[in-house]
Design a protein around this ligand. Sequence first.
Ligand SMILES: *[C@@H]1O[C@H](CO)[C@@H](O)[C@H](O)[C@H]1NC(C)=O
Ligand SMILES: *[C@@H]1O[C@H](CO)[C@@H](O)[C@H](O)[C@H]1NC(C)=O
Ligand SMILES: *[C@@H]1O[C@H](CO)[C@@H](O)[C@H](O)[C@H]1NC(C)=O
Ligand SMILES: *[C@@H]1O[C@H](CO)[C@@H](O)[C@H](O)[C@H]1NC(C)=O
Length: 440
Amino acid sequence: MKQLLVFLCGCLALATSFAAPAHHDVMMADHPHVQEDSHHHAKFDRCKGIEFDAIAPDEKGNTFFFKGDHLWKGFSGPAELANGTFKELDEYHHLGHVDAAFRMHNKDGDPLKDHDHIFFFLGDKVFSYYNHSLEKGYPLEIQQVFPGIPCHLDAAVECPKGECITDSVLFFKGHEVYSFDIKTKTVKKKLWNHLPNCTSAFRWLEHYYCFHGHNFTRFNPVSGEVEGNYPKDARRYFMRCQDFGHGAEHRKPRCKLDAMSMDDTGKTYAFIESMYIRLDSHRDGSHPFPITRSWKEVSGRVDAVFNHGDRIYIIQGNQIYIYKSATPYTLIEGYPKPLKDELGIEGPVNAAFLCANEHVVHIIKGQKMLDIDLAATPRAAKSEFPLSIADIDAAICDAEGVKVYVGAKYYLYQSPRILAMGKIMPVAHKISPEKFGCEE
Ligand SMILES: *[C@@H]1O[C@H](CO)[C@@H](O)[C@H](O)[C@H]1NC(C)=O
Ligand SMILES: *[C@@H]1O[C@H](CO)[C@@H](O)[C@H](O)[C@H]1NC(C)=O
Ligand SMILES: *[C@@H]1O[C@H](CO)[C@@H](O)[C@H](O)[C@H]1NC(C)=O
Ligand SMILES: *[C@@H]1O[C@H](CO)[C@@H](O)[C@H](O)[C@H]1NC(C)=O
């Protein structure tokens, strides 16, 4: 049944406090092992400024950009024929291009059914692909799979629960946006007149981008709001083009971490210089961002970071910042505060970590480990252990144990206690420059 609840939009926008997050986009194309886009295929050169028909990642996190009967794989490289990868699209290629595409996020549904499938829209038909093979029974009429969604779409993008209210898909046609609830199959129609007409839409690392012409505009998936200085030229951010690079500004840092932390949903961050990198989002590839993109008020390098409950604690010199972990991160009122007032110790510190379901944070300061019970008031270092390991940059406690980072190496201890008591240095492991986006 078709339900167009235009009047609900206002309420929905209020129900979630999504402010458009970032202040800085960095060059997504600035990724290890990229090659320059060049003129391999005379028909389409994306450095000349292409208006894409559709953009969608596959189940492995490879992003596909579509234009006419061609596609590009990833943020760099030449155009190739789309039928080489998605064979059957060609047989129905009466339109000569795809209208829209998105990768389905439906973890709550039958996982074998359509989670991570790519859906393509051509005229009134929808195609579902997994592992680059067309699913049995497809193509189908759009109405059969997505009742209430019009034909001849402009763009589509997944919007998982947490970023949208429920697992949803946003469909774009002109200024009309149809928010499709995957579970209930209900549709809410919105009018986002302030947003350019999107010819493709793309979700990347929890941010939402509307592509129009060779530009893109980042928007909030719930309210449609645009915050910040848009549009921006896609060639500077989503592809690698001569004359559109950022040059030396984007040099890779040395492999020496400042801090690392993981929250209870598994989001893992490493901090190096003024940048951070998400280590758990392989589905979207790994890319560094300025720290201020997520934590607006924190400028410069950080010393230590840890998570406790739904908060992230960032220590910088003698100051501590505490943020609520909901997207986007919001600084709790009254912070930053002196470290002394919050934890009863003086900065600077080297590292901090907390193990799952514990409330004792272990702070590494010089060659000592200080244990502070976050459940106690006032807080103070209740015990102190001399460590046999020096020059610690960062530490994290995960399912494998306590990992202690020193320069480009890390050491694994089974528990905080073994780190405190152990006299024997464990085997050194090398950190992966690729994973951390750094250079040895
Ligand atoms: C793909 O399309 C091109 C041009 O339309 C055609 O020459 C080629 O045979 C097609 N390839 C496949 C695998 O269908
Ligand atoms: C994916 O497709 C390839 C080639 O078509 C096939 O060899 C492979 O077994 C498939 N993988 C899965 C997990 O279905
Ligand atoms: C946007 O789409 C609407 C509806 O299809 C159309 O009327 C309008 O002219 C488009 N605007 C631009 C700038 O293309
Ligand atoms: C792209 O955006 C720039 C502003 O960043 C604007 O000046 C330009 O007209 C836009 N071009 C297109 C084709 O939308």
